[in-house]
Write a protein that binds this ligand. Structure first.
Ligand SMILES: [Zn+2]
Length: 424
């Protein structure tokens, strides 16, 4: 018997009766979709006048949904809609990283929603083979370091967030889960020595599970290609979340680290939406989330657990292919092949490439990290790179003549939440 786990399940059960079921396996539990949706819809319409007007038009005056077909008539929610919610009554108020031009958005959750997210996280961790108390190392960008951001948040009087995060990071994750955070700076994408120290610091924890964004995992794998060590002895699984995972990266991590790789499709606004199985495709959490295609290849998602500030048919800004067919891994539910962010692509001689496609085109080639900066139509490279590397990148991608013609070494763009992507 795992005492830590028993205690966590007991505490969770006080908040939600279905806590153990949600924690039991990813996508489990039942939120009673249509009845729940009507409750969420009523609340969203009450709090957001512009959204209410759009719903009235779409439903021809009806207040409630009488079927799931009607649900699909509802207008998509945007970040601007979410910004209309106020902060009253929230246990947690989470700020999304704000990738590029999409801006920041605040997500507010009540206690049952926080508990549902935590239970879903436990189900994800257990899917990877991790058991409560197994040593975990999590590679985090330094931008997420609690003490680095503490002063600023206290100055802004964000006391609730500070207490919540201290509980989460230091009491729950560190002491109960046995997770150690390893912080890295944005220089891991331009300085191989920095990438190596991050890899060494993570390996020194002798983790059974490694949690990392796909971008820093790429930096770690690149450094392991160059010379032997550090060895991740005893590592059984890698869980990635936060940026796009290329199939080539997944395959190399599996081989080089000798671990199974699981990828999460998750966001601050929506929680844990989908998890990859052994097949490499992302399977949606059908019990708590409704994932849909918006017709133009975009992804809409509904979080059934957010009762306080409902998120309905939210336009994620992400692109991906959803398929309903049965999957080789045995998981049910729509399978997602993630492509990248809407509007972030490179036109090449062989067609449009989105983030995952750029990754899979170049990751195995040994090229340095680079970025295709659409704003200046230039190629951003780490310091020390020159025309030789720029030419190799242009050739590997098959860029059209004249596109991204200028190269700017030493100018990689790292987002405010420490993310790297090829198409910033
Ligand atoms: Zn599958």
């Amino acid at each position: 018997m795992n005492l830590r786990k028993e205690l966590v399940l007991l505490a969770g059960g006080l908040v939600r009766r279905d806590f153990s079921r949600i924690a039991g396996s990813f996508g489990a539990g039942e939120r009673g979709a249509l009845a729940t949706l009507n409750e969420r819809l009523a609340r969203a319409r009450e709090l957001l006048p512009a959204y209410d007007a759009a719903c009235a038009k779409a439903l021809k005056g009806a207040r409630r949904l009488s079927s799931m077909e009607e649900f699909r008539l509802l207008p998509a929610m945007s970040r601007a809609d979410l910004a209309g919610y106020s902060g009253h009554g929230a246990l947690a108020s989470l700020h999304s990283g704000g990738t590029g031009s999409f801006g920041r958005v605040e997500t507010r959750l009540d206690l049952p929603a926080v508990a549902a997210r935590y239970a879903a996280l436990l189900s994800v961790l257990e899917t990877t083979g991790w058991r409560m108390g197994d040593k975990t190392a999590a590679l985090h960008p330094v931008e997420y370091s609690f003490f680095d951001t503490l002063g600023e948040r206290l100055a802004e009087r964000r006391y609730g967030g500070v207490v919540f995060e201290f509980f989460q990071q230091y009491l729950l994750y560190r002491l109960v889960h046995n997770r150690k955070n390893v912080y890295y700076g944005g220089n891991v994408f331009s300085d191989p020595a920095a990438a190596r120290s991050a890899a060494e610091a993570a390996a020194a924890e002798k983790p059974k599970l490694l949690i990392a964004r796909p971008d820093v995992l790429m930096a770690v794998l690149k450094t392991l290609r160059k010379s032997a060590g550090p060895e991740f002895k005893g590592l059984r699984a890698v869980l990635t979340v936060g940026t796009a995972l290329g199939e080539t990266v997944r395959a190399e991590a599996q081989e080089r680290l000798g671990a199974a790789v699981f990828d999460m499709y998750a966001s601050t606004e929506l929680g844990y939406v989908a998890l990859s199985g052994a097949c490499g495709r992302l399977h949606a959490d059908e019990a708590g989330h409704l994932l849909e295609s918006s017709g133009d290849g975009g992804l809409l998602c509904t979080d059934l657990d957010n009762a306080l500030t409902p998120v309905l048919r939210y336009d994620t800004g992400d692109l991906g292919e959803l398929s309903a067919s049965a999957c080789s891994c045995g998981r049910r539910g729509p399978a997602l092949k993630f492509r990248g962010r809407r509007g972030k692509f490179a036109e090449t001689a062989s067609g449009r490439l989105y983030e995952t496609e750029v990754i899979d085109r170049v990751f195995q080639s040994g090229l340095p990290f680079f970025q295709l900066d659409a704003a200046t139509s230039s190629l951003l490279l780490p310091a020390g790179c020159g025309e030789r590397e720029a030419a190799a990148v242009r050739e590997a991608l098959g860029l059209r003549a004249g596109e991204y013609g200028a190269s700017r070494p030493g100018s990689l763009k790292i987002s405010s939440s420490g993310k790297f992507c090829y198409l910033p």
